[in-house]
Ligand binder design. Structure first.
Ligand SMILES: [Zn+2]
Length: 219
């Protein structure tokens, strides 16, 4: 990613510092405190300006990674078929179905790699503060719990045109209306019926194995 970011001729270390802070959810002020505590010079004054360069590069890198995952999923699928099985799941910025931001992913069962993602947000700061003409990024209205289903529908609708794939079997963890909504939207026409399956989420499998080990030790 650094080679893409450095098109704006920033020092690599400054870009990496800014990116590191963003990865742990911190900004310029936190960076200044961090540097002060380590007795280092303060971060570059271009800290905020580097955000857009980082975002642009992340978009390029992530798009390339998703395209590679799509190619791999096609190769691994039986006879290079374009009809594949996918797992859908959502993640939110915070728990409790009150989050303003959510991310939904589609993962190939064959490769275990993410094929597509959809980010949904209910809030944009400029809407609340500036309230004039702006490029709005708000793209969801409704209960946060419904984001998963909305994101899944959006990705099913674009899978054929963008990736040349049809997600014909939907695996979910059963905590959303994802499958119902995906079936209703008939993304691949009325003749293609999407099958349903419910899987035990990886976090739950992991929890189960930890509990099993714990019980075994205790006994
Ligand atoms: Zn807006």
């Amino acid at each position: 990613m650094s080679s893409d970011v450095n098109r704006n001729r920033s020092f690599n270390v400054n870009i990496r510092f800014s990116y590191s802070m963003r990865c742990i959810g911190k900004g310029q002020r936190s960076g200044q405190v961090f540097c002060a505590m380590l007795n280092l010079p303060p971060p570059s004054s271009k800290f905020v300006k580097s955000n857009s360069a980082i975002l642009d590069s992340l978009k390029i890198v992530s798009l390339g990674s998703l395209l590679n995952a799509v190619r791999e999923a096609k190769l691994l699928n039986n006879n290079n078929s374009t009809d594949i099985i996918v797992a859908c799941d959502g993640s939110w910025q915070k728990r409790g179905h009150t989050s303003l931001n959510g991310m939904i992913s589609v993962t190939s069962i064959e490769s275990g790699k993410v094929l597509d993602i959809k980010c949904l947000t209910k809030y944009y700061h400029s809407c609340a503060v500036i309230q004039d003409d702006h490029e709005c990024v708000k793209n969801f209205v409704g209960a946060s719990g419904n984001m998963e289903a909305a994101g899944a529908v959006a990705m099913f609708k674009r899978s054929w045109s963008d990736q040349g794939l049809r997600y014909v079997k939907y695996l979910g963890d059963g905590d959303s209306k994802g499958f119902i909504k995906v079936s209703e939207c008939k993304s691949y026409g009325g003749n293609v019926k999407i099958e349903n399956g419910i899987y035990c989420s990886w976090s739950w499998v992991s929890t189960c194995s930890v509990l099993k080990d714990y019980v075994a030790v205790r006994i």
